[in-house]
Write a protein that binds this ligand. Structure first.
Ligand code: UT7
Length: 339
């Protein structure tokens, strides 16, 4: 039987490591609040000018190298991102050019946090985000600890309006190389869902063609270009739908949840993942989390976690691995893989 196998993985982060303490200089928040409520201890932000396709390129090169596959062998690119370099065209074609490839097909997918799971086919699959552009501050030198003016009290109050979201996110890219191969190893099955009913519980109100013009000065003044989130609702969706879809993908493939060797979930909030783990009754050694070090990097979280887990020896040949994610849309899904 021909199955899709993950041959190699790799990731890169934004250039600048930013700890919670630096974020607390920008807004009314604290290292303790962020750790306790989300698990995040630090994140990376790009240097101005580094784009999502640059992070995708770095990750893709590492994944190709890890797979022992030359760039010219890639015959399809799927690029998952919600923070593309340009409104259009997408990052897939830009990555094709930056890799110096022939005119192979390249597409972008917009499933936000579930983008990576949606893209698992025989391809160079990249998930990358530069969330910095959403951040409601311009005090980058201050955040990066290079001097720079701290925000005024008025600016701090403005930034604090968005603190529930901004403290969570970081910039990074992850990639993997997929190829069909004979045998029992590879991707066994998927369970994918979308439901647009509650799309406004996590979305960007401005910068879309539902309004005219698609962006205005008042949008920027009121912060409508920054994602709006009903955190509690998203949290509730995540902790119910993620265990549900893991159970679905297991039962459809004739596997018991307790037979899983490793669960790699989207990294949005450590508390979410701990609740998913409890709901599925999985012991700690069967779960891999790294949100503490990178924050939520949306489409990049799963390939980064997979790369780290593989390189830490947590994914052994023959292991049964389950990926699961939920995010804006809502889109959610799970995939099963025999390593
Ligand atoms: O990638 C997928 C998409 N995203 C998610 O999955 C996120 C899902 N949601 C969450 O992770 C959580 O809802 C958050 C981490 C966003 C928030 O945690 P919470 O426990 O739901 O807190 P909350 O929104 O109920 O806020 C509790 C308090 C509020 O103060 P009051 O009203 O109790 O006085 C907030 O104003 O915490 C305050 N707060 C903060 N305080 C310090 C909110 N953000 C911050 C902050 N620092 N950054």
């Amino acid at each position: 039987m021909l199955r899709t196998r993950i041959l190699g993985t790799g990731f890169v982060t934004g250039e600048n490591l930013v700890k919670n303490e630096a974020i607390a200089g920008l807004m009314d928040t604290s290292d303790q609040w962020i750790r306790e409520r989300s698990g995040v201890e630090q994140r990376y932000y790009v240097e101005k000018g580094t784009t999502t396709s640059d992070l995708g390129l770095g990750a893709a090169r590492k994944a190709l190298d890890d797979a022992g596959v030359r760039a010219e062998e890639v015959d399809y690119i799927v690029f998952a991102t919600m923070t593309p370099d340009y409104f259009f065209p997408g990052c897939g074609g830009i990555l094709q050019h930056k890799l110096g490839l022939g005119p192979i097909p390249a597409l972008d997918i917009r499933q936000q946090c579930t983008g990576f799971i949606y893209g698992l086919r025989t391809v160079l699959l990249v998930g990358a985000e530069v969330h910095s552009g959403f951040m409601p501050w311009h005090h980058w030198d201050f955040v990066f600890g290079r001097g720079g003016e701290p925000p005024t009290e008025e600016e701090k109050a403005w930034i604090t309006r968005f603190r529930d979201r901004t403290v969570l996110f970081g910039d990074a890219g992850g990639a993997c190389v997929l190829r069909g191969a004979e045998g029992e190893r590879g991707l066994l099955g998927f369970q994918l869902h979308s439901d647009g009913k509650d799309f406004q519980s996590l979305y960007v109100p401005a910068c879309g063609f539902a309004q005219r013009p698609y962006v205005s000065e008042s949008d920027l003044r009121e912060g409508r270009h920054i994602p709006e989130m009903n955190g509690k609702h998203v949290f509730k969706q995540a902790v119910t739908r993620m265990p549900q879809v893991v159970r679905e993908v297991c039962s459809r493939n004739g596997v018991e949840v307790r037979q899983l060797d490793l669960l790699i979930a989207h990294q949005a909030n450590l508390r979410i993942n701990e609740m998913v783990q409890r709901a599925l009754e999985l012991p700690d050694e069967k779960v891999f989390n790294n949100i503490q070090r990178y924050g939520n990097t949306t489409a990049a979280t799963i390939p980064i976690a997979l790369d780290e887990a593989r390189k830490a020896g947590r994914v052994k040949d023959g292991n049964l691995v389950c990926f699961v994610g939920l995010g804006a849309g809502f889109h959610w899904g799970a995939a099963l893989m025999r390593a």
